[in-house]
Design a protein around this ligand. Structure first.
Ligand code: MSP
Length: 541
């Protein structure tokens, strides 16, 4: 089998603004995207995970000025901070797209030309209230008293009145509605889809795609005294990211073989840009549309909206340095139903990790391994026909758990995937307690001891495999202690054309079945796979 035959899956995070180092919201989207990418890689798909930074616009221009840096120096520093955090969080991205790159400039110019040739760009007068933090015009009725932004509540929107170029969004209203009707899964979850349908049905207004008083942006190709609106340029960053490093930048080159993107993962605040503006821009340029846009919810801290003005932001660097990547990844994906708003509570964070990973999973592995050392010379218990050896307590769901977890990942229901894997672990703990292998051993029921220990070790292995997209480090530790070679941390192959013919690494699939552990195989020394967390208070930034 060659990689050419493998199914493909491409996924993006938003391209994050570089006005500041990443906050927990950016980390949240990126962790989720990484878990999905890892899931599809384990399924044998050829995966492309795109992330990156959105570096133009007035917000960045002003921040750099306040800090006494040139905009480009500022962007370079902050982009490095994103890359650093993604490493700490174990994010295996394939492309990091920066919107100030020359290659991106060429893609933007070519795209602009297509839309211009289509007759969808025209000059007009832009009047309205602009929130620089959102980089978006707001209707007066959306704003709080005295024109404060409802999202950035410390920021007042600014009045603008200038001649700009506009994109003819209104021309796409019917085509968009028709598209949503024929592609009911395009916007997820359903609540977000309904919001978009209602917004579009009320009528679309053209939006301005150029700025007269912002220098930090690409010049408008037909009017170099203006710069392009940051969102017009940023969305195209998803296309630039598809270019191989050695390829000449052009839309044609970028769009094979990964376009259209399977999934744009974003927060609900930027849904309109992705589910309305972006498809309309692509329609205008006569390009195929992405398959799905998923808008996740917002995070709060200890029940309160997070914000600099409230002084209660949650610093992802602090969190990962203190607790480790697996802990952070597990908490946010297990504890918060993806798509809904969710809360970070430190007490809950510590309790959940200790209960699920240190106690239920870690202890089960540890005590069973110790018994395997005592009763089976440190090898996988020698039972016959391991594939047929499901203990009765698992028989009811072992046949379906693999497909149920797969279904959970595919529908981005991480919480349910974790819940299912933990059900397996809890059942394993109960089984050991009931069967009491130590008593069976004393009674010389050696065959039974072997069957019980095999069943439990295999259940732990399976749970670790099912959780690997979420806690890759922990899963690797479990596998090592079980004497298996798989490394869930191994970097994916880079997508160069040569490697597209490399053989499929079969060790990465078919592990969701029962009976992978081979009787007689040596086991690793028992060690805690997840250190219990001490209740410490997380520093706020
Ligand atoms: N630059 C644009 C995206 C352009 S994509 C072509 C942008 N950047 S951002 O850095 O402001 O947004 C980052 C992401 O963080 C968004 O998906 C947003 O929804 C998310 N979050 C920001 N605050 C958040 C929370 N409090 N909770 C969860 N996610 C939040 O928008």
């Amino acid at each position: 089998m060659t990689l050419d035959q493998k199914p493909r899956f491409s996924i993006t995070t938003p391209l994050y603004y570089v006005n500041a180092l990443p906050h927990i919201g950016s980390a949240y989207t990126t962790i989720a995207a990484d878990a999905i990418a890892r899931y599809y890689r384990l399924q044998g798909h050829d995966v492309l995970l795109i992330t990156g930074t959105d570096e133009h616009g007035q917000k960045i221009e002003r921040t750099a000025k306040q800090l006494g840096r040139s905009p480009q120096d500022h962007c370079d520093q902050i982009a490095a901070g994103f890359i650093d955090l993604w490493q700490r969080l174990n994010i295996q991205y394939d492309r990091f797209s920066r919107t100030t790159s020359d290659r991106h400039h060429q893609i933007v110019n070519e795209f602009f030309q297509r839309v211009w040739d289509r007759g969808d760009i025209y000059p007009g007068q832009q009047q309205g209230w602009y929130c620089v933090d959102c980089e978006e015009f707001k209707d007066e009725k959306e704003l709080l008293p005295e024109h404060y932004c409802p999202i950035h509540t410390h920021r007042q929107a600014e009045w603008r009145d200038e001649e700009n170029y506009f994109f003819r969004l209104s021309a796409y209203q019917d085509t968009l509605l028709d598209f949503y009707a024929h592609n009911p899964d395009f916007i997820q979850p359903a609540i977000r889809r309904n919001e978009v349908l209602s917004f579009v049905s009320q009528g679309l207004r053209d939006f301005s795609i150029s700025r007269r008083h912002v220098d930090w942006g690409f010049p408008v190709p037909i009017a170099p005294d203006q710069t392009l609106y940051v969102w017009f340029d940023a969305l195209l960053g998803y296309i630039t990211a598809l270019l191989d490093a050695e390829t000449t930048p052009s839309l044609d080159h970028a769009l094979t073989p990964w376009w259209p993107i399977n999934l744009h993962l974003i927060g609900k605040d930027i849904l309109r840009f992705h589910a309305v503006y972006w498809p309309a821009m692509l329609m205008s340029a006569e390009l195929p549309l992405p398959q799905q846009v998923f808008g996740h919810g917002f995070l709060t801290k200890e029940g309160q909206k997070m914000g600099k003005s409230l002084g209660n932001t949650l610093d992802p660097y602090e969190l990962v340095n203190r607790y480790g990547a697996d802990a952070v990844r597990y908490y946010f994906l297990k504890e918060i139903e993806f798509g809904r708003d969710g809360d970070f509570s430190e007490t809950r964070f510590i309790n959940i990790l200790n209960a699920d990973l240190a106690n239920d999973l870690g202890n089960l592995l540890n005590r069973t391994l110790k018994m395997a050392f005592k009763y089976c010379d440190g090898t996988v218990p020698p039972i016959s026909e391991p594939e047929q050896s499901q203990p009765p307590f698992l028989a009811n769901f072992i046949a379906t758990i693999g497909s149920e977890v797969a279904q959970a990942y595919q529908s981005l229901n991480f919480s349910h995937a974790c819940h299912l894997a933990l059900t397996l672990v809890k059942a394993g703990n109960k089984f050991v307690d009931e069967q009491a292998p130590w008593t069976l051993y004393k009674q010389q029921e050696i065959t039974q001891v072997h069957r019980v220990l095999y069943g439990v070790l295999e259940a732990v292995r399976l749970a670790a495999y099912l959780l690997a997209p979420i806690v890759p480090d922990l899963s690797t530790q479990v596998y090592i202690q079980l004497g298996l070679e798989i490394d869930f941390q191994a970097q994916p192959q880079k997508q160069t054309p040569k490697q597209l013919q490399a053989p499929l690494n079969i060790t990465y699939i078919n592990q969701s079945q029962w009976g992978v552990l081979q009787p007689g195989q040596p086991l690793g020394m028992p060690q805690p796979v997840f250190q219990k967390l001490e209740p410490l208070s997380v520093t706020t930034a």
